[in-house]
Design a protein around this ligand. Structure first.
Ligand code: PMP
Length: 408
């Protein structure tokens, strides 16, 4: 993988922040965008912009082709069987809420169980809490091992005949761990439960095959994988999506409307009420082309190497705690230095042009499990280099000197 050539394609990376060349280590929150994606969105607005699915005029059909063409790219990217199984959403959060509000509320009742893990992002936690409150179902958690991983024996113990839904993140946005979602899906199915996968942190970084995983639903966000904000998708097995009721009603999603009754369009449009995020879908399609050209396997290998190097360099810093195991992880390294608040660490790093995230990362229950109120997180993507890691490690050494009193 020619990272120098890849970096050339990201205009934002070539600037100074606070007098230093930018080192962007916050891609797990949102990735940067390559020129091809920026151009695709601009070209769409300059040449093809119109509303979709209605106009008979040329721009209307160009916009419709661009929007539906992007859906086919997503289908192929995830290896879904049909474009009817790809619903465009605002992102992972909206996709998971759609499953919770439509599917889960209709199948869950008193005595039923929904199984999660304590490492879930709030987006894959709160929608299920709301389902539990509304239906009388109970939430159950697969316990974590001391290093944050989950064991299949514990999955077997947690899932039973009362389980209706199992929802697990493929990759942890804090620990960088890749969870065995394929194996969990098999266990869920043996008990008649449905498997939901939060793919926010997996889709950008590794090859995903929803048919191989055999998950029932899979959610992801475009903005973490080089696409614009405001676009993502929900994959769902066709038979399940067909059973489900829409949760948003209005234009675009209807077949026939009468004064007292209406009927819905077929899949996937019945879930896409209102004018959709057309330019976002165009940008997502361009992002998929970009990632496919480089190769997801190459991207994954690059990030593995980079996070292993980061783990090694950061481990050498006195007083550092790195969370999660040093194996089977994507490009995410989460840490604390002594008693220094991670916001202070991130602020000092920013003065040196280095962008890292600090806070609870939308994982408050996991933070409590880690016994940390917050952490700092460096996350890598295809445009990061060993030099970026060196800059981070060197700056952290200086941070340590700066805050020496707190580390002891
Ligand atoms: N799940 C995980 C694991 C995430 O990392 C994120 C984004 N931080 C989300 C869900 C939510 O994604 P979005 O904000 O794009 O809806």
């Amino acid at each position: 993988m020619n990272v120098t050539a890849i970096r050339e394609q990201f205009p934002i990376l070539h600037q100074e922040i606070n007098g230093h060349p930018l080192v962007y280590l916050d891609s797990a929150a949102s990735s940067q965008k390559p020129r091809s994606v920026i151009d695709a969105v601009m070209r769409y607005y300059e040449l093809d912009n119109a509303n979709v699915h209605r106009g008979v005029h040329t721009l209307g059909s160009r916009a419709t082709d661009a929007y539906e063409g992007a859906r086919e790219k997503v289908r192929k990217f995830l290896n879904a069987a049909s474009t009817q199984e790809i619903i465009f959403t605002r992102g992972t959060t909206t996709a998971l809420n759609l499953v919770a509000s439509s599917y889960a509320r209709s199948v869950c009742g008193e005595g039923d169980e929904i199984v999660l893990t304590p490492m879930e992002h709030h987006s894959n936690l709160i929608p299920w809490q709301q389902v539990a409150k509304a239906t009388g179902a109970t939430l159950k958690y697969i316990p974590l091992q001391p290093d944050g991983t989950i064991r299949l024996e514990d999955v077997e113990e947690t899932i039973n005949e009362r389980t209706k839904i199992v929802s697990v993140m493929y990759v942890s946005n804090v620990l960088g761990i890749v969870n065995p979602v394929k194996e969990i899906a098999a266990i869920a199915h043996r008990h008649g439960a449905k498997m939901v996968v939060d793919g926010a942190q997996s889709t950008p970084h590794m090859r995903v095959d929803v048919q191989d995983l055999d998950c029932d639903f899979y959610a992801f966000s475009g903005h973490k994988m080089c696409a614009p904000t405001g676009i993502g998708a929900l994959y769902g097995k066709k038979a399940l999506l067909e059973e489900m009721e829409p949760i948003e009603f209005g234009g675009e999603m209807i077949d026939h409307v009468d004064l007292y009754e209406s009927t819905w369009k077929e899949l996937p449009w019945k879930f896409e009420g209102g004018t959709p995020i057309i330019s976002g879908a165009v940008g997502l399609g361009a992002a998929i082309d970009f990632l496919e050209e480089i190769g997801l396997d190459n991207i994954e290998a690059h990030e593995h190497a980079l996070s292993a190097y980061a783990y090694e360099r950061l481990s050498a810093i006195d007083g550092i705690t790195i969370y999660g195991p040093n194996q089977n992880r994507v490009g995410i390294v989460t840490f604390n230095i002594g008693d220094v608040h991670p916001h202070d660490v991130a602020t000092v790093l920013d003065t040196k042009g280095i962008a890292v995230r600090a806070g609870h990362h939308c994982c408050q229950p996991l933070m409590r499990w880690l016994n940390a109120s917050a952490t700092a997180r460096a996350s890598f993507y295809l445009y990061n280099t060993e030099e970026d890691v060196n800059r981070l490690a060197d700056a952290l050494h200086q941070t340590k000197e700066f805050f020496g009193y707190a580390i002891g």
